[in-house]
Write a protein that binds this ligand. Structure first.
Ligand code: MD3
Ligand code: FE
Length: 214
């Protein structure tokens, strides 16, 4: 197409693997409503560094919203209906988040996705997430949707074995990644966030991961 490199229709979806789709900028039009919805969530359930089962604090700070939230402590990793910090149910999943997750899943070929859990990860410059699998959800047939906000990150997209060398995928503010099917149990992680300041979010990266956990 003439002028195709001008990207007049916005960047196109990129298939990273059979069942993994990157939707560049998919969340951009909803960033302000998203941030407005996250403010009261994070007032009720603030970011905290959870303990790993080994007893060390996690580098990533996190919170949750939705019927279930992911936690880590001396007893292991699991989903709970209650925030251990305040003994209250996690804040409800804001409609703007559940709708964005559902439309992104549909755009990536997963129809009828209904999230019941949103993990909110907070990265400062230098924070990394080591290679792992997401195995704490009930049904691995359900896809996962992730929304990146703030500072850019290099996402590590590995294989079914930890030993497989991961692909390096740049993720920027507003990008949405959807994966499921045979890609659901791939090893993945995030390289240390490079120092910098994002025009809207400042010196941080926030990642929202929407799942059907229960
Ligand atoms: C592709 N979070 O919270 S989300 C996590 O950016 C987590 O905060 C990362 O991994 C973050 O568990 C990455 C994107 C992601 C996550 C898992 C995947 C992409 C994936 C699993 C397989 C394929
Ligand atoms: Fe993960």
């Amino acid at each position: 197409m003439i002028q195709s490199d001008l990207d007049l229709f916005g960047p196109q979806p990129q298939r990273l693997a059979t069942h993994t789709v990157l939707l560049p900028g998919f969340a951009l039009s909803q960033v302000e409503p998203l941030l407005d919805a996250l403010r009261p969530v994070l007032r009720a359930s603030p970011f905290r560094h959870m303990q790993t089962p080994g007893g060390l604090p996690m580098a990533v700070a996190l919170s949750n919203c939705g019927a279930l939230g992911w936690i880590s402590d001396a007893r292991g990793y699991r989903y709970t209906p209650v925030d251990p910090l305040n003994g209250q149910p996690w804040p409800a999943l804001p409609q703007v988040l559940s709708e964005l997750a559902s439309t992104a899943a549909t755009a990536a070929g997963f129809d009828g996705f209904c999230a019941d859990a949103c993990l909110i990860n907070h990265y400062l410059p230098g924070t990394r997430l080591t290679l792992h699998q997401d195995r704490d959800e009930r049904d691995f047939a359900q896809p996962i949707v992730s929304i990146s906000l703030g500072l850019p990150a290099i996402f590590l997209f590995g294989g079914q074995q930890r030993s497989e060398r991961p692909l390096h995928v740049p993720l920027v503010h507003g990008d949405v990644l959807v994966w499921g099917g045979e890609d659901r149990l791939r090893f993945h992680g995030v390289l240390p966030i490079k120092p910098g300041s994002h025009s809207r979010l400042g010196e941080r990266r926030i990642n929202l991961t929407l799942r059907k956990a229960g």
